[in-house]
Ligand binder design. Sequence first.
Ligand SMILES: Nc1ncnc2c1ncn2[C@@H]1O[C@H](COP(=O)(O)OP(=O)(O)OP(=O)(O)O)[C@@H](O)[C@H]1O
Ligand SMILES: CC(=O)N[C@H]1[C@@H]2OC[C@@H](O2)[C@@H](O)[C@@H]1O[C@H](C)C(=O)O
Length: 365
Amino acid sequence: MALYIGLMSGTSLDGVDGALADFSDAATRTLAAAYVPFPTALRAELMALQAAGANELEREALAANQIAIHYAQCVAELLRQGGVAAGAVSAVAAHGQTIRHRPELGFTRQTNNPALLAELCGIDVVADFRSRDVAAGGQGAPLVPAFHQALFGVAGLRRVVANIGGIANISVLHGDGRVDGFDTGPGNVLMDSWIARHQGREYDADGAWAASGTVVPALLAALLAEPYFALPAPKSTGRDLFHMDWLDARLSAFPQLAPADVQATLTRLTAVTLARAVAQYGGGADALYICGGGAYNGTLLRDLAAALDGKVAVASTEALGVAPNRVEALAFAWLGYRFNARLAGNLPAVTGAAGPRVLGALYPR
Ligand SMILES: Nc1ncnc2c1ncn2[C@@H]1O[C@H](COP(=O)(O)OP(=O)(O)OP(=O)(O)O)[C@@H](O)[C@H]1O
Ligand SMILES: CC(=O)N[C@H]1[C@@H]2OC[C@@H](O2)[C@@H](O)[C@@H]1O[C@H](C)C(=O)O
């Protein structure tokens, strides 16, 4: 047995997804999956820590402790579900919470207290997966394309995998060993913030609110004018760029819009930017497989299929045997396994790093 736990809390800031996996015999077997939501106060603090504020050092340290405590709850739940003792698990691979992502300045910060997590769960903890890639001149993101290739890559088939979380990213698996990948732009992050502002809800379930509105072409064009979308890969982004001030600045030219029409347009923005990325890098792909929470947004999936113009079939990773909301946590479990084997976790062709690097830092149990 080669048991690893992966913990991922992404840009949506909602909570932590965990997976317990066995990587024996080069296969990936999922033994358990769990989700632990963050309390409202922690979500609000993590949102506040995305931008400069008073007394940040202390506030970040306290938030990191809270993250470790919720991560430990997720680990306990995974062990319970899997019927596995802590001593049988080789490592917990913990992503932490991205609060700043500035590879162009030479840093990316995933806050967490891995020492506390090791203390609480009694298992080796591997943390800080992105910094080494940034130190090697890379973006530090996205990291999941290497795992998508390991799990979903098939010789002779060109497949595209899109992870639609807060931010969206694609992996183009060319079928000959080559992989392209980058962040396409906002996934759910703007839609979530917009519905929170107007309806006090965390997300637009199934895209129902967006479906009640009408896309505003002039607003869509203004949003698509963002230079990030035209940048060549390697590239990555986050809440550092796509936040509500970004949206409000562009909305100021459209003061009379109905909120549902803005939601429809934001949903379309995610679909169109993804479809353009697929057309540019994944032409001739056999299929586009969706994972991440966006896989549960019916309006977004319909918009995406329409934007692809019938050229690429759209399915969820469920069709490949993996539930869409499990892929990222599994990817980090796999990165923990790679760390223990001292194998590279990054793909330099994706992140732009100078070469393959072992990713992570160990906090022994
Ligand atoms: N039933 C649903 N209908 C519509 N959207 C949904 C649904 N369930 C989840 N989502 C969307 O998915 C988001 C969470 O996705 P996910 O857990 O993949 O994000 P994340 O891991 O935080 O992000 P990232 O990949 O950017 O790190 C929610 O914030 C919401 O916008
Ligand atoms: C800096 C950071 O946390 N980036 C995340 C974020 O969420 C989606 C996208 O932006 C991707 O670049 C990355 O996460 C996934 C797991 C990755 O590294 O592949």
